[in-house]
Design a protein around this ligand. Sequence first.
Ligand SMILES: [Zn+2]
Ligand SMILES: [Zn+2]
Length: 127
Amino acid sequence: MNCKDLRDKLYRYFEGLLPNAEEEAIDRHAEACPECAGLLKQWSETTCRDLLDFIDDYVDGTLAESVRTVFERHLAICTQCVDYLDGYRKAIDGARALGKAERAAPPASMPPELIAAILAARKEKRS
Ligand SMILES: [Zn+2]
Ligand SMILES: [Zn+2]
């Protein structure tokens, strides 16, 4: 077990997905390595699950400064959450782009019946 191994396995360690032998190897390494011990401590303060609770507010930019700091500290050590956040942002952007398109006024030349039909079809698709 070296520092990089430990880092790669942290996520599974805290999710309880590692075999006992590997958990022990991590504990043993952390005892001898202050840097990784700090990492373990930091991680145990904020888990990936904690982050998920706040991800909406974080992406919206409405997260309180203090929580944000903790959030970003976790992001700095957790590639899983960085990837997750990335995907989440893309999904939100996609949804927003769609919302905008729906709100945009239809071209003036479109007959009202056609507009009504399109709107009805959209509603049906969503439900
Ligand atoms: Zn280490
Ligand atoms: Zn995480």
